[in-house]
Design a protein around this ligand. Structure first.
Ligand code: ACO
Length: 333
């Protein structure tokens, strides 16, 4: 009988566009101040893709690094998954464009959308495919060009978002980070709190929708804030419970990088010291699905994580969607 596989991340990479948009730059664009942005969000700057740099391009850059880290070639991939709410086109999928750019000839490819929880939803999809032995090597990409749907005349939203990508190679064996548990959830009843009102089949693009700025992110920040803290706490607790783990067994917390105050509220509830909470929100802002994956990549590069250490990832996003995952460092292959 073949032994059970446990899906794990065996390679990781990220990509951030070069252009930096600082709070001081934003002060010249809308009625805001560096002080307001820092105290309300913790953000100091964010990255913005070039006009001709797209979600697929950023995804390809991150994927090449992840493949190199995993010591695999594009032709070793069986499936490419892309989490994004800013695809290059409605169709074809961004995953298909990335498959072509990487020359991953035989790999299946599709996009899926769970907003900022996308990377965690993707871990769950990849885990299922790998552990059922349907696919051996899965490339999970989170890539977002949020600047393409951000209204830079709306101070309520434009200070919050940035662009970037990250990719993870997920396989059934090898040294890496085992996906020990994933727990997902959603509540479509409050879908109205964060939307892109036009551009879909309900409100196809017209001059009217464009004049009304309906192709930009529309958000009820205060309400979202409350849901974010509550949902992330519940998801993380449920995930720990499903894994049969105590809260103090967590070595690192990597929350969705939406807002420093949300992150601090979650950290307090888990009684984690600041040193154990990994953040990139100050330098990249909120990059939706990519945020938690970029942070994970930086944590892996910057910290010396020993065998057996546990990482708790937790996110929420439009939908609303949320999720949590426990990763365990495995050096034993
Ligand atoms: N500069 C100055 N003033 C601003 C700015 C700005 N950039 N943006 C809003 N304001 C004003 C508003 O107009 C409002 O003014 P009013 O009271 O005169 O109407 C006031 O500031 C609101 O201030 P606060 O109540 O202090 O704002 P709050 O503490 O709620 O912070 C924020 C706002 C940062 C948006 C917060 O609510 C938040 O982070 N919410 C969650 C947002 C989020 O995470 N969204 C994404 C989640 S899903 C995903 O990641 C895709």
């Amino acid at each position: 009988m073949s032994k059970n596989l446990s899906a794990r991340i065996i390679g990781m990479g990220s990509y951030l566009p070069k252009r930096v948009l600082t709070n001081h730059d934003l002060e010249k664009m809308v009625d805001t101040t560096d002080e307001w942005i820092v105290t309300r969000t913790g953000m100091k700057e964010r990255r913005i893709a070039e006009p001709d740099e797209y979600t697929s391009d950023m995804g390809v850059m991150a994927s090449r690094k992840a493949l190199e880290d995993a010591n695999l070639k594009p032709e070793d991939l069986d499936l490419i998954l892309v989490a994004t709410l800013t695809p290059d086109y409605v169709f074809p999928s961004t995953a298909a464009l990335i498959q072509d750019a990487l020359n991953a000839k035989e790999a299946a490819a599709f996009d899926f959308q769970a907003a900022c929880s996308g990377f965690l939803y993707g871990l769950s999809i990849a885990k299922g495919f790998v552990e059922s032995r349907m696919y051996k090597n899965v490339l999970l990409i989170a890539s977002e060009k949020l600047s393409s749907i951000t209204n830079y005349k709306d101070r309520n939203t434009c200070v919050l978002f940035g662009d970037g990508a990250a990719a993870a190679v997920i396989s059934g064996e090898g040294e890496g980070y085992e996906i020990s548990q994933v727990c997902l959830g959603a509540d479509g009843n409050v879908a109205n709190l964060l939307t892109l009102p036009a551009g879909g089949c309900r409100r196809p693009p017209t001059h009217k929708t464009i004049e009304a700025n309906e192709h930009y992110i529309a958000m009820e920040g205060k309400e979202l804030f409350k849901h974010a803290v509550r949902r992330m706490e519940t998801a993380a607790k449920k995930c720990l419970e499903m894994a049969g783990m105590e809260e103090n067994a967590i070595d690192w917390l990597i929350p969705h990088q939406a807002n420093d105050r949300i992150i601090n509220a979650i950290s307090k509830r888990f009684l984690l010291s600041e040193q154990k909470v990994f953040k990139t929100v100050h330098k990249y802002g909120n990059t939706s699905a990519s945020g938690i994956a970029i942070a994970l990549d930086e944590l892996m590069q910057e910290k010396d994580i020993s065998s057996g250490e546990k990482l708790l990832l937790v996110a929420f996003g439009a939908g609303l969607t949320w999720g949590a995952s426990i990763l365990t460092r495995r050096l034993d292959g």
